[in-house]
Structure formats: C-alpha cells, structure tokens
Design a protein around this ligand. Structure first.
Ligand SMILES: Cc1cc2nc3c(=O)[nH]c(=O)nc-3n(C[C@H](O)[C@H](O)[C@H](O)COP(=O)(O)OP(=O)(O)OC[C@H]3O[C@@H](n4cnc5c(N)ncnc54)[C@H](O)[C@@H]3O)c2cc1C
Length: 394
C-alpha cells in the first residue's frame, strides 16, 4: 500500500476510495473543488441501488453492481443511512418488447440477479396502475440516500484522521522530484506517493493535467426529472422501468418512489452545453468547443442525432411529451400531474471512433489511477470500485 495518497474528487467514488485506502492503512487527502461533498453526479441522481441485470455478463459493471448492491445496502444499514430494498418492475408495454424483456431476464440469470418474468395480472398486484403485457420482477433493487452515504463516509474518514478539503481544486499534477507525484492546489503543492482521479465530469481533464492522453473523453448528458404532484403519488407504489433500448447506454425514463415518499420521473438524456450545466441556459463555450473538437462527438452525432437525439431534445422542451413517455408505463399520468424536479449531468466517456464506453474504465500510470468512466451503476458499485482502485494503487 502506497503511504500517502491524494484523491481528487469528493463524490461517492472519491470518498469510497479514500475510505478503502484508510482501511488498508493509507494516509489520505481528498480534494474537492466545490464547497460541499457529493455536489455533482452523486448529489443529482435517481438514488436507486441497481440490481445488476442490465450489464453484459462478466463485465466490471455486472460484477461490481451485483456485489455493490449488497455492500452499499450493508454499509447504509450499518451507518444509519436511509435505504430500502423494495424491488422493481421492468415492464414490456407492447408485444414487440417481449423479446428484449426475455433477453433481460436471461441477463439477470447470467449475472446472478434474482428476477422472474410475471404476467400482466401479477404485475398489477405490485403496481395496480401499470400498463404492461408482461414484466420482469427484480427483488434486489432498492432506493437509497447516496448523499447520505457520502456524509457517513466523511464522518468515518474524519474519525480516522483523513485530510478532507472542500473548495480545493487540483490545478496541476507533475511527477515528484524524489518519486511519487505532486498535486498543486491554489495555494500549496501536496507531495504524495500516488494520486487517484475520481473527478467525474472532469475526469478526462484531470488525467490530461497529469500528463495522460486518456483513451476516451467525457461527454456530459443531462438528465431531467419531474415529480408527481403529492395528490397523484398513489399512482406508483415502487419502481417502474421501461424495457431499455439495448443500443443506448441509458435506461429510459422511469418512475421511482423515493425514500421520502415522493415519486420521481426521469431522467431523459440530452447533451449538456456545459459539463456541470443543470439547465438549458447553462452554457460553456469552452465545453462546447471541446465537444466540437473531438472527432468522436461527430461520429456519435451521426449515429444518434436523428431520431433518438431529436426526440430526447423535444421531450426535454415539452412537458406533454415527457408525460406521454410516462403514460406508456402508467396511463393515468398526464402533464397536469407532473412538476419539474431538478436534473443531473452524467459523465459518459466517448471514444474517438464515436462509440460510448459501455463498461467502467480505469486507467493507470506510474503513481496514478484514473477513473475515466463511472456512469450508472457506479454509485451502487462504489464500494466495489473502491476495492479495485485501492488494489491498483498498492
Ligand atoms: C441523472 C443521473 C442518474 C443516476 N442514477 C443513478 C442511480 O440511480 N444509481 C446509481 O448507481 N448510479 C446512478 N447514476 C450514476 C452515479 O450518480 C455516478 O456513477 C456516481 O455518482 C459517480 O460518482 P463520482 O464520485 O465518480 O462522480 P461525482 O459525484 O460527479 O464526483 C466527482 C467530484 O469531483 C470533483 N472534481 C472535479 N474536478 C476536480 C478537481 N480538479 N479538483 C477537485 N475536485 C474535482 C467534482 O466537483 C465532483 O464533486 C446517475 C447519474 C446521473 C447523472
């Protein structure tokens, strides 16, 4: 185990990695550029503990989400963080979706996820308002308070004497004069044996700061949420998901009952015009230029701009279209039943050939580990990714 490690990023991954390193006897400093923990992806997501059914058998996502599903629930329970293993339904709303639902059931089995195909009548026992031809019932999906997990990790880290610095961006990285690595913040240079980059939406830029040419670049995809008005919450008891389009990396807008009883709907997926841009009016010319300069962006656009991308944009701009997507799952939902409920921005890595990186991507260099693609289900898998990263640091 390297003695002194600087972790860049105070989202769930940076904090989980710091905790794993401390548990293994390391001496850790966490740098977070914002003034609070979990300020970006970790604090703006669906708060779902995924079961692991969607991912290619044998992939890091499959292995780490199945194991993470258990470890994050155990961690939450042991540390007084809100969590509930309530299960979910994936619903085929047309006959045409049945083959894809069947494939999902096979994947669940291959990944060791407890799931069973059920009839429309059985599905309606779980969700009386749902529209479906058939459904997949998944028992191990849950809901959780991911920012609460971060608060608990911060407390554990503080108790063990980790140095935790908010409002402290890593601005420069270079090899140390006598080995190891040096990380410059605004007002000091930290010397360490190793560096871990968990910078989420900025991960590729931090890797570049460290002298790497990462094999993929981050493209920010905003996901917008609505929520059901309190008087319409009874329409959804738990979690209702559509059958996902296997060619897309996102799961499709779904209905999620949260721990506080509210029901969230979303997220959709539109290209964000700023990496940390939560509204259409959040625009960064530098971020847009970055996307435009990267050849992968144009290849991705050729593949998805029409009709998928256009439909996502229209749905983002029209509450009626958003409600219509939800009504495919629960026909009683109308545009009058939903109100805006914030958004999150996903850090999705893209290769120069225009393909989206499907699996988690972690690259190493001497004294450095860079987490370069950790989209959903990385929050679910955080403690497992942390073990892997800590082993790579050692
Ligand atoms: C809309 C949406 C829904 C999702 N739903 C789910 C879900 O239900 N279940 C699930 O498992 N996953 C979900 N995810 C994915 C999950 O949120 C992410 O995989 C996870 O939060 C990634 O954590 P992270 O720590 O890598 O990134 P982040 O939480 O983004 O943290 C990275 C941190 O690095 C900091 N940083 C960046 N640059 C620097 C720098 N130079 N110096 C210092 N600090 C820096 C940032 O400020 C940020 O706080 C969802 C994501 C989104 C966006």
């Amino acid at each position: 185990m390297a003695q002194r490690v600087v972790v860049i990023g105070g989202g769930i991954l940076g904090l989980a990695v710091a905790w794993e390193l401390i548990r293994q006897g390391g001496n850790v400093t966490v740098l977070e550029k914002e003034n609070s923990w979990a300020a970006h992806q970790t604090g703006h997501n669906s708060n779902v503990v995924h079961a692991g059914l969607y991912y290619k058998p044998g992939s890091a996502k499959a292995r780490m989400s199945v194991a993470g599903n258990r470890s994050i629930v155990d961690f939450a329970r042991a540390n007084g963080v809100g969590v509930q293993v309530c299960g979910k339904l994936v619903v085929a709303t047309t006959e045409a979706q049945l083959p894809a639902l069947g494939v999902l059931a096979e994947r669940a089995e291959a990944n060791g996820v407890p799931a069973k195909l059920i009839s429309r009548e059985e599905a309606r026992e779980y969700e009386p308002e749902v529209s479906c031809v058939k459904a997949l019932r998944v028992e191990s999906t849950g809901i959780i308070d991911f920012p609460g997990v971060c608060t608990a990790l911060v407390k554990l880290l503080e108790d063990k004497g980790a140095e935790l610095r908010l409002g402290t961006p890593a601005l420069g990285i270079r090899p140390g004069h006598t080995g190891g690595v040096e990380v410059a913040t605004g007002n000091e240079v930290l010397k360490a044996d190793a560096l871990v980059n968990c910078a989420g939406l900025q991960a590729d830029r931090v890797a570049q700061l460290a002298g790497l040419t990462p094999s993929a670049r981050i493209v920010p995809f905003r996901g917008e949420y609505y929520e059901l008005r309190p008087e319409r919450r009874h329409l959804v008891r738990g979690l209702i998901y559509p059958v996902p389009d296997p060619t897309l990396p996102f799961l499709g807008v779904h209905l999620t009952r949260m721990l506080d009883g509210s029901v969230h709907a979303g997220p959709n997926a539109v290209l964000a015009l700023r990496r940390e841009g939560y509204r259409w009016r959040d625009i960064s010319p530098a971020d847009i230029a970055d996307v435009a300069r990267f050849p992968g962006s144009w290849r991705l656009a050729r593949k998805y701009a029409y009709p998928t991308g256009l439909e996502e944009v229209l749905r983002s701009l029209s509450k009626r279209r958003f409600a219509a997507s939800l009504a495919q799952l629960v026909p009683a939902v109308t545009a009058d039943d939903i109100v805006r409920a914030g958004s999150g921005v996903r850090a999705q890595a893209l290769r120069p050939d225009g393909s989206l990186v499907d699996d988690f991507l972690i690259e190493t260099a001497p004294h450095q580990v860079h987490v370069l693609n950790a989209p959903s289900p990385a929050a679910t898998s955080a403690l497992e990714i942390a073990k892997h990263v800590a082993a790579s640091v050692a």
